[in-house]
Each structure stands twice: as structure tokens, then as C-alpha cells.
Design a protein around this ligand. Structure first.
Ligand code: MG
Ligand code: FE
Length: 174
């Protein structure tokens, strides 16, 4: 690639790594809010807690990517506003059906992350940054695994919710 093009691609890579970092910070907030309300759904809670740890590591990997680019990784942007819709769907859940709504919103959020990392892998490759591409691929695999888990367990989670709901309805009528 021509050096002007390479420079431009690296600039985009840096910007998008910073966006991804903000995305992970938002993800961490949402996952924590969700995990705290899932005591009746231990399997879902456990998987979310695992993903909180993964998410924290992902933020660190992104900081590592920025360091590899020679970019300052001590200051980050807050993308709260841009991701507020997801935040409301997941973090603000107070309704009784939150486990179902939360699973749906989390699945959508994971798809958003997957698309972001796919674009980052491609950008890192085009910017001649194979180590960054590798780190982003590792993160991508974790996002795919989380999305798959949520999708595979949605039937079970929905059924468990509906059964609990019917049970408590019955109890309140006797
Ligand atoms: Mg993530
Ligand atoms: Fe994720």
C-alpha cells in the first residue's frame, strides 16, 4: 500500500480501537447490572460473570493494541451516549421479564461487538499490523462464543422464566 494510504488506514485503526474500548467499558457496565439481578437463573448468571472477566481482559487487549500502534492508551473516550440505547435495554431492566429481555438485548449487543471486531481485524491487516489483527481475532472468538451461548440457551431461559412466572401467579391466588 502507498504510504499515504497506510497512514490513513492506521489512523482509522487507532480511532476504531478507541471506539471498541468505549464499547467494552459499556459492555462491562451492562453485564454487571444484569448479573446482579439473575439470582434465580444461576446458569445465565455464571455465563455472564465469565463474560465480565473476558470483557475486562478485552479492554486490556485493546490497550495493548494501542500501545503497539504507539498511541497513548492512558486516555479514552466515553461513548456512553452512542450506546445508550443498548444500555437502556440491558442495564436499565427493572421489569419482571428482565431475564428474557436481557438475553435478547445481550445477544444483540454481542452481534454488534462481532461486527466491530470483524472490521477491526480487516483494518489491522490492511494497516500491516498482524499482532493487532491477532488480538482482535482472539476477542472476536470470545464474542462469537458468548452470542452462541445466549442463542442456544434462549429457549431454556424463556421456559424457566415462564414456569417461574406461572408458579408465582398460582401462589398469589391461593
Ligand atoms: Mg466484548
Ligand atoms: Fe461481548
Amino acid at each position: 500500500m502507498e504510504s499515504k494510504h497506510l497512514e490513513d488506514t492506521q489512523k482509522h485503526l487507532e480511532d476504531w480501537l478507541r471506539d471498541a474500548h468505549a464499547m467494552e467499558k459499556q459492555a462491562e457496565k451492562m453485564l454487571k447490572a444484569q448479573a446482579s439481578r439473575l439470582e434465580h437463573y444461576p446458569q445465565v448468571q455464571q455465563r455472564i460473570e465469565q463474560h465480565i472477566t473476558e470483557t475486562q481482559n478485552q479492554s486490556q487487549k485493546l490497550e495493548q493494541c494501542l500501545t503497539l500502534l504507539g498511541s497513548d492508551s492512558s486516555t479514552f473516550k466515553d461513548m456512553g451516549a452512542q450506546l445508550a440505547a443498548f444500555g437502556q435495554a440491558v442495564g436499565g431492566m427493572m421489569a419482571e421479564d428482565e431475564v428474557v429481555k436481557g438475553s435478547i438485548a445481550s445477544f444483540a449487543f454481542e452481534q454488534f461487538e462481532i461486527a466491530n471486531y470483524k472490521a477491526l481485524v480487516k483494518t489491522a491487516e490492511m494497516a500491516s499490523q498482524p499482532e493487532i489483527a491477532q488480538l482482535c481475532k482472539e476477542i472476536l472468538q470470545e464474542e462469537i462464543a458468548m452470542a452462541d451461548w445466549l442463542s442456544e440457551h434462549l429457549d431454556e431461559t424463556t421456559q424457566a422464566f415462564l414456569e417461574r412466572s406461572a408458579d408465582s401467579d398460582l401462589r398469589s391466588k391461593t
